[in-house]
Design a protein around this ligand. Structure first.
Ligand SMILES: [Zn+2]
Ligand SMILES: [Zn+2]
Length: 375
């Protein structure tokens, strides 16, 4: 396949400043490293982390070297292979024209990768939207027409029947939620689950908990459009942060809905800095609290004694490995008849309107906007 010499990409040159559409080099087939792939990005989607990365608030956690191509939630079609295997990471054959998802690059040869089996903590990981796009391989972000799949990136074929936009949303939001459920382990049918946040992560978690079947599923968030979707996807109760405006009111409401006990499992998927203090209050003694949404922002006081008093299990979750990508795709394929996942995908923007998409996301006018790099 003949590839263009350059393509369009949305580039952050200064934090908080409008993104620039730049022409970046497209790595040609002969220059692909062994194991690398080049994909045509058909659809990317905007994740809350893109907004945080653009604002610069994730710098303390994971430094990026500007200029970067923004975007890390995307799907694409394989257009070129570097030397080496033509299989995906779970042994399925892979050919040009196949749709795939792919991970950040985890080295597979460090203590975190090999001894702890926590590749997302890999000390030598290379992450999309963190690398200087003026250096090889240039196309290292989702908001571009092509993307370079690193040799060490896991990759998995998208099953038939999964729409591009849903697959894209699975590549960060849902695979991270899948990782959270993996970390939690078994949730029994008699247990009560409370989801903090009604954005894409919260909504995916709602669908998964509902699909698994739990005694009670409560979703906390706003605005009403998101809560309506949460109800449709199986939340028995929703707690609007607009109606229940203070932490005290929200904690009291969750206690009331759970017979005074709190949730056996609380999932923090909102990213609001105040949510963790509340989540600890809402947790039933002996319960598990999985924290996913927190990526930076202000320090937030918590009542640490609650961890002891409740003998709480607190689990942190960051990103995901290829197995969780596969499980995420498998879930949307199987559960697609029960949950209209495309209802989460709000507006479609061409690449040239990336700044409008970011602003709209920031203002909570979107659930998950799509970027169409070829529109
Ligand atoms: Zn590693
Ligand atoms: Zn993300």
């Amino acid at each position: 396949m003949s590839l263009p010499k350059t393509c369009h990409a949305a580039v952050v040159t200064a934090f908080g400043e409008p993104l620039e559409i730049r022409e970046l080099p497209v790595v040609q087939e002969r220059d692909l490293e062994p194991g690398a792939l080049l994909v045509r990005v058909d659809v990317a989607s905007v994740c809350g982390s893109d907004v945080h990365q653009w604002e610069g608030i994730t710098q303390a956690l994971v430094p990026a070297e500007l200029p970067i191509v923004l975007g890390h939630e995307m799907m694409g079609t394989v257009v070129a292979f570097g030397p080496g295997t033509r299989e995906d990471s779970i042994g399925q054959p892979l050919k040009e024209g196949d749709r795939i998802l792919w991970t950040h690059a985890f080295c597979g040869q460090c203590y975190e990768c090999r001894v702890q089996h926590t590749p997302t903590l890999c000390r030598r990981k290379r992450q999309y939207m963190r690398l200087n796009c003026e250096r090889f391989p240039y196309l290292t972000g989702g908001f571009a027409q092509y993307c370079y799949v690193f040799p060490a990136s896991g990759r998995v074929r998208i099953p038939e029947g999964v729409p591009d936009g849903v697959a894209s949303a699975a590549s960060c939001a849902l695979r991270t939620v899948m990782h959270a459920f993996d970390r939690l382990g078994r949730i029994e049918p008699h247990q009560r689950v409370v989801v903090q946040g009604a954005g894409p992560l919260g909504l995916f978690a709602t669908s998964m908990a509902s699909y698994a079947g739990v005694r009670e599923l409560i979703v906390i968030g706003a605005p009403e459009r998101r809560l309506a979707l949460a109800r449709r996807w199986g939340a028995q109760e929703v707690v609007s942060v607009e109606e229940f405006a203070t932490a005290e009111q929200r904690v009291a409401r969750v206690k009331e809905l759970t017979g005074g006990l709190g949730g056996d499992v609380i999932m923090e998927l909102s990213g609001a800095s105040y949510a963790v203090a509340e989540g600890l209050e809402m947790l039933r003694p002996g319960g598990r609290y999985v924290v996913v949404g927190q990526l930076g922002g202000p320090l937030t006081p918590i009542q640490a004694a609650l961890i002891v008093r409740k003998q709480a299990t607190i689990l942190g979750v960051q990103s995901a490995d290829i197995g969780q990508f596969w499980k995420a795709l498998n879930f949307v394929q199987r559960a697609g008849e029960r949950f209209d996942f495309e209802a989460m995908l709000t507006t479609r923007y061409p690449l040239g309107q990336i700044n409008e998409a970011i602003q709209s996301m920031r203002a909570f006018r979107e659930i998950k906007p799509l970027i169409l790099p070829w529109a």
